[in-house]
Design a protein around this ligand. Structure first.
Ligand SMILES: [Ca+2]
Ligand SMILES: [Ca+2]
Length: 320
């Protein structure tokens, strides 16, 4: 899919201006709370199933997906068909708050995305905008097999549509980037076939962080969770501008990192532009999950901030 991305991005960049102009905000019981940086926000009163203006783009989930879906995975791959000619958005709402959003790519008439899921109940909106207005598809997701809240979560998002930024969480004391003491796309994504067999803390699931998705193109988000069994010491959060370049502006990619302890956002960082000369890596902070103590780092470098471990797994080159 990546080889088609350059053309899709051109269309998407044109669409972004149009979609941003349609932003909505609302308040009150059952309403969705939006923030200024979100691209588009649905009304909180939309019913499950199809809705939208007559003449707006059609949205047909593959396989006639239902309006209440339960899975035990950390992400959910969606697909279907649409009459929209430019990309849309997925929006994830928990407890009436817009907590996450990303892009639904469109190739021909087929849309798709991999959506990172939170534990428990959440509502997902698909939205496309066309000449006839905006359409939505609304459904409920329930991620099962997880135990309530995560003791720790770190989330990465970024500003440009074609860059591939990566989230890294290094194990206390012994963490080495691009190794099995580094939770990243090559080691701790649940569905990653190149999993290095990450095992932290006590034997078993306790202490093992999980990366929900590796977004390779579209703003993120990427989340790393650690539900239980945190180790003593400081976990290190590092961002890598994997694509090594920046798109859409002349300065670089701006990343935002949010740190959550027991589901409360406790710290937010915004980077200076990440580029391929002086700021390919950004070490953000160190977190002691057991005590809740966070130390700001804010170090930018052109080389990995720690000793390089084994070479990262090969990934397909990114088409420009
Ligand atoms: Ca990524
Ligand atoms: Ca473990």
């Amino acid at each position: 899919m990546r080889i088609f991305r350059a053309a899709a991005v051109t269309l998407a960049a044109l669409a972004l201006t149009l979609v941003s102009a349609c932003k909505e905000t609302s308040t009150g019981p059952g309403a969705v709370t939006c923030v200024a940086s979100d691209p588009v926000c649905p009304s909180g009163t939309l019913a499950l199933g199809f809705t939208g203006a007559t003449g707006a783009p059609t949205i047909v989930p593959a396989g006639g997906a239902g309006t209440s879906i339960a899975v035990s995975t950390t992400s959910y791959v969606v697909a279907g068909t649409t009459s929209a000619t430019t990309y849309g958005y997925w929006l994830l709402v928990t407890n009436d708050v817009l907590t996450s959003w990303g892009v639904l790519t469109v190739t021909g008439t087929v849309y798709g995305a991999e959506i990172p899921l939170f534990c428990g109940a959440q509502r997902i909106y698909f939205t496309f905008t066309g000449a006839g207005g905006r359409s939505y598809y609304v459904f409920d997701m329930n991620r099962t097999g997880c135990t309530g809240h995560a003791a720790f979560r770190v989330q990465l998002t970024w500003t440009n549509i074609t860059s591939d930024l990566d989230l890294h969480l290094l194990r206390p004391t012994t963490g080495v980037i691009f190794s099995d003491t580094d939770c990243y796309f090559g080691s701790c994504k649940a569905a990653n076939t190149s999993n290095l067999g990450l095992e932290w803390g006590a034997t078993g699931a306790a202490g093992n962080p999980i990366l929900d998705v590796d977004d390779t193109s579209y703003y993120g988000p990427e989340n790393i969770y650690l539900t239980s069994g945190a180790e003593a010491g400081q976990y290190r959060i590092i961002i890598h501008n994997y694509s090594g370049e920046h798109y859409g502006d002349a300065t670089g990619e701006v990343a935002t990192v949010r740190i959550y302890l027991n589901d409360l956002e406790v710290r937010r960082y915004v980077s200076t532009p990440l580029n391929n000369t002086t700021a390919l890596y950004w070490e953000v902070a160190k977190v002691n999950i057991l005590t809740g103590a966070i130390s700001d780092v804010g170090h930018y470098s052109s080389t990995p901030p720690t000793t390089l471990g084994a070479a990262p797994p090969a990934r397909a080159p990114i088409a420009k």
